[in-house]
Design a protein around this ligand. Structure first.
Ligand code: FES
Ligand code: FE2
Length: 435
């Protein structure tokens, strides 16, 4: 597909359905978006010590993220330099070297070729043929402990790429009394039959909860307020707030920035929040935070109420609730999402229990909330497969956005579709830029 025809798919307030359904466009997205952008891979706490590693994907590339013996973070393409087998099949672990299961070629934690069985039998030395081992992902960088990489040799620095969204990561980490977070409690994984963009469009969509999540709102309204520190209170509160009045949603802040990123403010205004957080653990947590930041600093950190932050094109996270989701496009109509929970270092264990309670409701595979979103992604994908109508309308709030400083814009109201239009502006930029 040439540049001109790609440009025709994205208009100021609508996009052609092909961006969700066309397999050839999906392949181009893997090259031009997932092959260029900084992608979040995980967190440094997953590879604490030399030899620690985890495997993940960067678009269609399978990669191994390692802590090398010199302490540096390396990202290696998980494809044997001999005949192409995936070298490491484990999700995570600790290894001195990686041995390919096919013919035993061996690689160091920096990807260097360490050994080849029967080396004399090849026409040329293996090290020369393979340029020294596993291919390395050219650019790797971290921000506040979060690990990113880019498959492109050149491009904006990670700092420039994140822009004002860095404040969301700062909020995530500054909430920890020890000034650090770590992944904990395992990973929720879910998949849906729909395009990868649908989940990123949904997380800052403030009109959908009242409809998509109606059944859990009704169920939550029938729950009596729990006395004391009920484990389920955090979850009930979340389900209830999905049914907040329209004026709450309209007045929720919704910001967008360069490269397709966006974030939204909090929409929780209920007394039950206070009740849910008012446990001895929270008081202890606040005191621990005050020891590092002082009273004012703590009030500032706890007063920063961000909801979802979207790092386009592969991440959505909730700094306030220590949740981070990585989006893996598998095919034009198939997506996998991995959801991680984080522990605030230096906080009482009760705080982590709150995190898990929240995660079970919002990201859990048995969640009464998430399952409804997945259903609606599949219905959308199904509807977009029809050929009678080509255009997808994204006009809500169009023309009403206002500049918000530091290159960001704010939607005229919290129910604007500005974040989706902003994602497509970035999409178009990636898809039509010269190699
Ligand atoms: S494919 Fe890996 S050693 Fe042959
Ligand atoms: Fe939802």
């Amino acid at each position: 597909m040439n540049v001109q025809s790609i440009k025709g798919l994205v208009q100021p307030d609508r996009v052609h359905r092909a961006v969700y359904t066309d397999g050839a466009l999906f392949e181009l997205e893997m090259d031009r978006i997932f092959g260029r952008a900084w992608l979040i891979l995980g967190h440094e706490s997953q590879i604490r010590n030399p030899g620690d590693f985890f495997t993940t994907r960067m678009g269609r590339e399978s990669v191994i993220v390692t802590r090398h013996t010199d302490g540096s973070v390396r990202v290696l393409v998980n494809r044997c330099a001999h005949r192409g087998a995936r070298v490491c099949d484990a999700v995570a672990g600790t290894a001195a070297e990686f041995v390919c299961a096919y013919h035993g070629w061996t690689y160091g934690t920096d990807g260097s070729l360490r050994g080849v069985p029967l080396p004399g039998g090849y026409d040329r030395p293996a090290a020369e043929m393979t340029k020294g081992g596993l291919a390395r992902v050219p650019r790797v960088a971290t921000y506040r402990g979060f690990v990113f990489a880019s498959l492109a040799e050149h491009g904006p620095s990670l700092t420039e790429f994140l822009g004002p969204l860095r404040a969301s990561f700062d909020d995530f980490v500054d909430r920890a009394p020890a000034g650090e977070v770590e992944t904990a409690g395992g990973v929720f994984k879910h998949a849906y039959h729909g395009n990868w963009k649908l989940v990123l469009e949904n997380h800052n969509d403030t009109v959908h909860p009242a409809f998509v999540h109606a059944s859990s709102i009704w169920a939550a309204r029938e729950q009596p307020a729990a006395a004391g520190e009920a484990y389920s209170e955090i979850g009930v509160r979340q389900m209830l707030q999905n049914g907040a009045p329209w004026e709450v949603w309209e007045n929720t802040g919704l910001w967008v920035a360069g490269y397709g990123h966006s974030w939204m403010g909090d929409y929780h205004d209920d007394d039950r929040l206070v009740a849910a957080l008012d446990h001895p653990g929270f008081a202890e947590y606040r005191a621990a935070l005050e020891r590092r930041l002082g009273r004012e600093g703590t009030a500032r950190v706890l007063g920063e109420l961000r909801w979802n932050s979207i790092v386009y094109p592969n991440c959505s996270f909730m700094s306030q609730f220590r949740q981070l989701r990585v989006v893996h496009p598998i095919a034009v109509d198939r997506t996998v999402v991995h959801a991680y929970s984080f522990r605030l270092k230096g906080a009482p264990e009760q705080m982590f229990r709150d995190t898990i309670a929240f995660s079970n409701v919002v990201n859990g595979t048995a969640s009464p909330v998430l399952t409804d979103d997945l259903e609606v992604y599949e219905r959308t994908q199904h509807g977009l497969g029809g050929r009678r109508t080509d255009w997808v309308y994204l006009g809500r709030g169009h023309g009403g956005d206002v500049a918000a400083g530091d290159g960001a814009f704010r939607g005229g109201t919290g129910t604007s579709e500005v974040h989706i239009r902003n994602q497509f502006a970035a999409w178009l930029e990636y898809m039509t830029a010269e190699a």
